[in-house]
Design a protein around this ligand. Structure first.
Ligand code: UD1
Length: 353
């Protein structure tokens, strides 16, 4: 059995690492790793390979940045010959980035089986590029590995056959569970003891300069009560520099490696984010999370976890923040199957194919 994994962007790496590791235990499985090159900065990609113990990719398609169509098309045209050459039995794709959809489409046309790790998530917001990637990838995948019950329900509603759906839990949490002890050992110097941790990179929040300015002003208000630590995604950095905003208690850092960022999340008084993965990680860590989005494809982080959607409502952000700082934040529980073993369940299913 030959399994080919496709990764491209930072959040794929935390999901693929434990699956690669779990499949290594099965001697009959041969594995190939393809990196599309969607993310290419060392601190968006290379350092994650090192920290997560992912082997060097067998192939790097080096597509780099571009418009959505250009990036997706480049991945497809460069990936097709790789699939033809290596003739895998199964291709595993992860999450909801452009690399995920591009690789799945190539395989579906070549009649190669596709497995989607983190299937079934829906924000029901088709203005999000990731929602289109999720819908289409799930439509053509043969094996759908879901993290939670809501995902199974979404797929059922879309008419996807039950026997393709495997609820395995959250593979990204496998990585968190494995590396949390290391994250707790490593404390970053030069940072305040109590802080709000911020991440921001969604096009809807950072690409429109008025929306970004309003969020930054809101963070400046937060920084009057609490230091704000903000590792900045390259997409966001370019926009912040244009805005000219700065403040003493607003600490803008480079995009951060996984282990250091996990330690920062664990120690944060509150996390303010628009990332999908961070909503899940804070739920697992039981750290309060305020999400600057109107919707989430990860509703279990709200119904069970510590996540609260505040959208672009500044009043709500500050009201929820005040409650958290008074110790009256919403408590949370860890969802079922977010136990560090999702990838082993995926590997069991794959080796029986
Ligand atoms: C992508 C994913 C998003 C995911 C995010 C995590 C899609 C549609 N979006 O968004 O779901 O949450 O990754 O980080 O796939 N850039 C660099 N260096 C890099 C990568 C990007 O400078 O290594 C800059 C480029 O200017 C690029 C911009 O960031 O144009 C956006 O990168 P892109 O890969 O298009 O999407 P992300 O915003 O990173």
């Amino acid at each position: 059995m030959h399994v080919l994994h496709v990764v491209g962007a930072r959040p794929n790496l935390m999901k693929a690492a434990p699956v690669l590791r779990a499949l290594k235990e099965h001697s009959k499985v041969k594995q190939t790793l393809v990196h599309t090159g969607q993310h290419y900065d060392a601190n968006m990609s290379e350092v994650f390979f090192q920290q997560l113990g992912i082997p060097a990719p067998d192939v790097n398609l080096e597509v780099g940045s571009g418009s959505h169509s250009q990036q997706t098309a480049d991945i497809m045209s460069r990936f097709e010959p790789v699939v033809n050459r290596s003739a895998p039995d199964l291709v595993l794709v992860y999450g909801d980035v452009n690399s995920t959809l591009a690789a799945a489409l190539v395989c579906s046309k070549l009649l190669i089986r596709v497995g989607h790790v983190e299937a079934g998530l829906r924000s029901f917001d088709r203005t999000m590029p990731e929602e289109i990637n999720r819908l289409l990838t799930d439509r053509i995948a043969d094996l759908l590995f879901t993290p939670s019950e809501d995902a199974d329900r979404n797929l059922g509603r879309e008419g996807i056959s039950r026997n393709k759906i495997h609820r395995v839990g959250n593979a990204m949490i496998d990585t968190l569970v494995r590396l949390l002890p290391k994250a707790l050992q490593r404390k970053m110097g030069g940072l305040p003891d109590r802080y709000a941790l911020v991440t921001l990179h969604r096009p809807s929040n950072v690409d429109d300069s008025r929306v970004l300015k309003s969020i930054l002003e809101s963070l400046l208000e937060v920084s009057l009560h609490l230091d704000v630590v903000f590792p900045v995604h390259p997409r966001t950095r370019a926009r912040i520099e244009e805005s000219g905003i700065h403040a003493a208690n607003l600490h803008l850092l480079e995009a951060m490696p996984y282990v250091e960022f996990l330690g920062l999340q664990r120690r944060a008084a509150v996390v303010i984010t628009d990332s999908g993965g961070v909503q899940e990680e804070t739920t697992y860590l039981q750290v309060p999370c305020l999400t600057l989005r109107e919707n989430t494809e990860r509703p279990v982080t709200v119904t069970m976890g510590t996540n609260i959607l505040v959208g672009q409502d500044r009043v709500k952000l500050h009201a929820e923040l005040a409650k958290i700082l008074e110790g009256k934040g919403k408590p949370g529980r860890i969802p079922p199957l977010w136990d560090g073993h999702a990838s082993e369940r995926i590997a069991e299913i794959i080796q029986k194919l």
